[in-house]
Ligand binder design. Sequence first.
Ligand code: SAH
Ligand code: ZN
Ligand code: ZN
Ligand code: ZN
Ligand code: ZN
Length: 513
Amino acid sequence: MAAPRDGLATVEAEGIAGRQASSGVEAVFPSDPATPAPLCPHGPTLLFVKVNQGKEETRRFYACSACRDRKDCNFFQWEDEKLSGARLAAREAHNRKCQPPLSRTQCVERYLKFIELSLSQRKFCQRCQQLLLPDDWEKHQEHRVVGDISITQLKRPSQLLYPLENKKTNAQYLFADRSCQFLVDLLSTLGFTRVLCVGTPRLHELIRLKASGEKKSNIKSLLLDIDFRYSQFYMEDSFCHYNMFNHHFFDGKAALEVCRTFLQEDKGEGVIMVTDPPFGGLVEPLAVTFKKLIAMWKEGQSQDSSHKELPIFWIFPYFFESRICQFFPSFCMLDYQVDYDNHALYKHGKTGRKQSPVRIFTNIPPNKIILPSEEGYRFCPLCQRYVSLENQHCEHCNSCTSKDGRKWNHCFLCKKCVKPSWIHCSICSHCALPDHSCGGPKDGCFICGELDHKRSTCPKIATSKKVNKAVRKQKQRKSNKMKMGTTKGQSTNHTSVTRKKNRRERAHQYLCS
Ligand code: SAH
Ligand code: ZN
Ligand code: ZN
Ligand code: ZN
Ligand code: ZN
């Protein structure tokens, strides 16, 4: 089994805009339920639309829900495009070909054989990211193979597998030990007995480790993730190959039922969903998916508890707060900074950026969530929640206003607290970075309408890029087949390198402003 080439959306400081039609940009629309979306290898595609400011919306098109890079999934179809039977058949064949080589049941059978082997026979191919059975050894002779895979290693697949962190494609950022321990302890303190882990393989594994450890906890966990490599390590009832951007179970109804049973067990009591999606992902499709999972949980509820909500932890950068709360008004953002192992920017301490921008959004009352004082959090009795030490209560705003863990300052002209690096600009008549260009975007950012940045530094610019690129490519294909031939590879590579560099700089700038 090769490492999945499925592009997973990117974890970056920038997000992608969801429906931003009001500000007049390329956007995402839920497709009309009456016309089912065409399928790519990652399940139903999503309908996108390109909108120009002040103009009517232009043609809509379908593209992959999971992959932001057309290199990973190049599905493209105009909404009104009619495909010939032959092309439809070719697409179906392509979709089939892209599915994992082994079925879920086959994976489980292999795993059961693997654990029967003696220690010296338990080998793992690093190149193919695959547990090997004796019959496979020969095929992987030339590859880097590690032996003596212990049961402990098998229980920590997130350490055995390399993270698919390729920024543009895979976006796998694993929790640092400290954050993962904090989450598991918190879940257990809050009394949960089942955790639906959506895109949180390391949390899943730590929960299971604790459940089988000495001081047994009784928490069960089910992992839903698009990273198929994990199917080698878990039975059907603890892992489903899943796309969280379109609620697609790659193994069909059986897998869906595993999820349903898990959510509805004990009449839905004691279960929580924890998710840490790729930050480059679209908020709207994620919200749509989570609402489907919530609905699934609700079906199992008795009538008298119909007012209850499924408890959720949605882990995402703080600058998505308004976006998330738009879809889930009962959510609030905790001050806890989530740290990652393999993310230079989002790591705590000396090696990385001091402050991670990643937070927990939840519908659990924040006063129930005790943040560790040894990591610098304190309780604010006025706000009735734990906040970071530097986050001071502003008597004018009547709240602890900092979002990024630094002390914010109250601006009496703006009538709100602002980042410490900002000063009030009398020309712009709002606070901004000292070196901002005055008279900049008066009506706010072209993409999201926010006043504090321009289009080029918008955290939501990534969508526009993908959409633009898709449209551009399509046009290019039509108009100039010759040019595609020899020069394209080179020039695309060059532009994508510069683009990547620019994007990284922007992300950096955004985080540090
Ligand atoms: N911090 C988490 C990992 C988050 S990284 C932990 O340590 O457990 C994002 C995760 O989401 C990865 O595991 C990745 O495989 C998964 N993912 C990315 N795109 C996805 C998609 N479309 N559907 C489901 N899972 C996805
Ligand atoms: Zn796809
Ligand atoms: Zn191999
Ligand atoms: Zn204030
Ligand atoms: Zn101001």
